[in-house]
Design a protein around this ligand. Sequence first.
Ligand SMILES: C[S@@+](CC[C@H](N)C(=O)[O-])C[C@H]1O[C@@H](n2cnc3c(N)ncnc32)[C@H](O)[C@@H]1O
Length: 282
Amino acid sequence: MNSLWSDNVQGIFTLYLSRKLRFDDMFFKQYRKLFDLDQDKELKILEIGCGPGALAESLHRWYPKAHITGIDRDTKFIEFAKDMVPDITFVEGDATDLPFADNIFDVTISNTVQEHIEPSAFWGEQRRVLKPGGVCLCLSTRKNIKCYADCLATTDAETEFWSNRPNDQDETEKYQVCRFPMSEAEIPASMEKHGFVNVSTGYAIIDLTPDDPKYPAPMAEAMIEADRQCALEAIRLTHSENAESVLSAVNSKFDKRIRLYRAGIKQWDTTTTVIMVIRGVK
Ligand SMILES: C[S@@+](CC[C@H](N)C(=O)[O-])C[C@H]1O[C@@H](n2cnc3c(N)ncnc32)[C@H](O)[C@@H]1O
């Protein structure tokens, strides 16, 4: 049982809810162009570091003829993904030693995984399992515009709680997070260095602004709830015994944000993310 990531770095709901929004059908038009895959083919797609499975779930809707497999080394993510999306094969395993034969997948894809895995193993294993002519898609979160509603400002309870926690640097060392960060220029160069050809890059812009009327109410509220669960899970992942008052403060401010949304009192807070898609061919 390996649950180092889900117990300490990012929880199941932090990843699942935020990615469900990031890979909502509303944004498929942008991804379809950048992925450049044949929707009518019975593609064999492997998602590397699939976490709790939200991207795999979207791929299943977007490419209904495809056979999708997700792999992650975190047991809890894989158990959750299997329950949520029974039509997809989810496997617990290591991206640096993929439990698959050579030349069997048409597509490999990953979202925010490249920066955590040593490049020659990350690209090398994907290249090994891809068929000749197969496509490797690497998705990487770049810039973020994060603007909070006043009612979601950090509370005194949160300030006090977080001032007693170790800093991010400790976490990076301890759980081996983000040991291989690369710039927008370095990722495609690294892909080419590891044998991929016809490498191209592009960017999707994922605008999550609950008050914008283009979003139906369930999606707008899902944006607020995703942020709430992310804030609550971050506190729970500290495994602190005295977290009740800070959890309650966080819940109160998000309850208020929902009330304002329902009353039509606009805050115009936003989480807008630029996602880089790097595409290469074996
Ligand atoms: C930032 S999370 C992204 C998860 C998922 N792609 C998403 O967007 O929700 C990074 C993921 O990579 C997984 N991971 C890191 N190193 C791995 C490895 N060597 N083999 C398999 N999975 C790995 C972690 O368990 C975690 O689920």
